[in-house]
Design a protein around this ligand. Structure first.
Ligand code: UD1
Length: 430
């Protein structure tokens, strides 16, 4: 099966990457996928017309728009702005045909409970890197008055009255924190989320909810306090910049060398990553327009351990593994968030990388040069990491299943090429 898939490469859409560098110039970093998807869900909270700006043109946003449309919401795009018209009455259901394409679709649970009093949401699919349950979302929403039943693959949720309560999360889950925030904003009384996730996207959501008339304080810390309010109003909002897209271009710079500026990137949201990249030989500094970065000579290895924000993001890990594959020395990478997030390693090994994995760890011995090979993108970041590796590989790296990359990156090849890389999107028959 696997071989048949690889032999069929020629007929498939793919990205071809050739050794590139040094990279030069500037690239505009878009709005954060992981924020925009939740802001779109938050529009379910109340009737009216919302505008979200700085929205990347990516597949996950397209699917989330379909999730909202299936409920009777009108979503339209003009340039980088989405206009979302939420009618008074909606059908609070998210079918499996959509949720299986987008795990973040579970973000509608909280707003539907608060905005419609009930919901039927098919248990989601999502990325291919291990089990991703929503038990913490459900347990936390139960504490503030949600009632849940799972049957036939669907989550049925109802709430007559949401009531503020203390919510202690077992783990600072990003999705659970967001779902509770979006439900508690309309609860009676005060909800205090302890051990809350601290990601910048959580702060962006809090800003959005407060602008709507909510009362959320403490976002960005591990204790978030939400005073329930009776009424919310639609708003216009500009999404925070995507720190993972920014990290991707820094990784490309790391393997290809050069000097680039990431326009719109937020250095304050990437402090741990920039420190680690500094250890590896990529210089970064704040620029009035974003982040300036430079890299010359061979990268140095470093040990890397993923953690919830402000630790190193798990989403950056595949990118760091690509960098370490060509760095001087040995680096140990430890994954602390997701169990199966080393699948792309087999593809890097096919390109000549020297990587051994054991449970949550990978030991990477840097090689002088990778070799281009046919490889397959298994999820968004793994796909991006393979393209990055291709920039440092002799010959042609052919990345199949690029639709995974499209889920999270707007015009990835075009943006890399504008910096001087050689990345071509090949379509069957075109
Ligand atoms: C979000 C991001 C994702 C990022 C992740 C961690 C979006 C759309 N996605 O995902 O890109 O990699 O944060 O920074 O924002 N868990 C449970 N039960 C739950 C919820 C989570 O066991 O109910 C576990 C997960 O399996 C995982 C860990 O907790 O091992 C972290 O997950 P979480 O922070 O919830 O990530 P997501 O919100 O799914």
């Amino acid at each position: 099966m696997e071989r048949a898939h690889r032999e069929g490469f020629d007929e498939q859409e793919r990205i071809e990457v050739r050794a590139s560098g040094p990279l030069e110039g500037s690239v505009v970093i878009g709005g954060a996928k992981n924020s925009v998807l939740k802001l779109m869900a938050a529009c379910l909270l109340t009737e009216g017309t919302f505008v979200i700006r700085n929205v990347p043109d990516i597949e996950d946003v397209t699917v989330m728009a379909e999730v909202l449309r299936a409920m009777g919401v009108t979503v339209s795009r003009s340039g980088g702005a989405l206009t979302i018209e939420r009618p008074a009455a909606i059908t609070p259901e998210a079918p499996y045909a959509l949720t299986e394409q987008l795990r973040a679709s579970t973000a509608v649970l909280g707003p539907l409970l608060a905005g419609a009093g009930n919901a039927r949401v098919a248990l989601p699919g999502g990325d291919d890197f291990g089990p991703r349950p929503i038990d913490m979302h459900i347990a936390a929403l139960e504490i503030i008055g949600g009632r849940f039943e799972i049957s036939g693959g669907d989550v049925y949720a109802t709430a007559d009255n949401l009531v503020g309560n203390p919510v202690l999360l077992e783990f600072p889950s990003v999705g659970a924190t967001e779902n509770v925030m979006m439900a508690a904003v309309r609860a009676k009384g005060t909800t205090v989320i302890d051990n809350a996730a601290r990601e910048p996207e959580i702060s962006d959501l809090a800003g959005f909810l407060n602008h709507m008339g909510g009362q959320v304080t403490g976002a960005g810390t591990s204790t978030i306090v939400i005073e329930g309010v009776e009424e919310l109003r639609p708003v216009e909002h500009t999404a925070v910049s995507d720190r993972i897209e920014a990290a991707t271009f820094l990784a490309a710079l790391g393997v290809a060398g050069g000097e680039i500026t990431l326009l719109g990137a937020r250095p304050d949201h990437m402090a741990m990553l920039c420190r680690k990249l500094g250890d590896m030989g990529v210089r970064t500094s704040s620029d009035p327009d974003g982040i300036w970065a430079m890299c010359s000579g061979r990268l140095r290895s470093a040990d890397v351990s993923t953690l919830p924000y402000p630790g190193l993001p798990t989403d950056c890990k595949p990118l760091l593994v690509s960098m370490l594959s060509v760095a001087e020395g040995v680096g140990i990478v430890t994954e602390n968030l997701f169990s199966g997030r080393f699948r792309y390693v087999d593809e890097l090994v096919r390109m000549g990388a020297d990587i051994r994995t054991e449970g949550h760890h990978a030991v990477i011995r840097g090689v002088d040069r990778l070799n281009g090979a046919p490889v397959r993108a298994s999820d968004i970041r793994a796909g991006a990491a393979l393209v990055v590796a291709g920039l440092a590989a002799e010959g042609v790296t052919v990345v199949s299943d690029p639709h995974h990359i499209d889920r999270g990156y707007e015009d990835f090849a075009g943006k890399l090429n504008a910096l001087g890389a050689d990345v071509r999107r090949e379509r069957p028959g075109g």
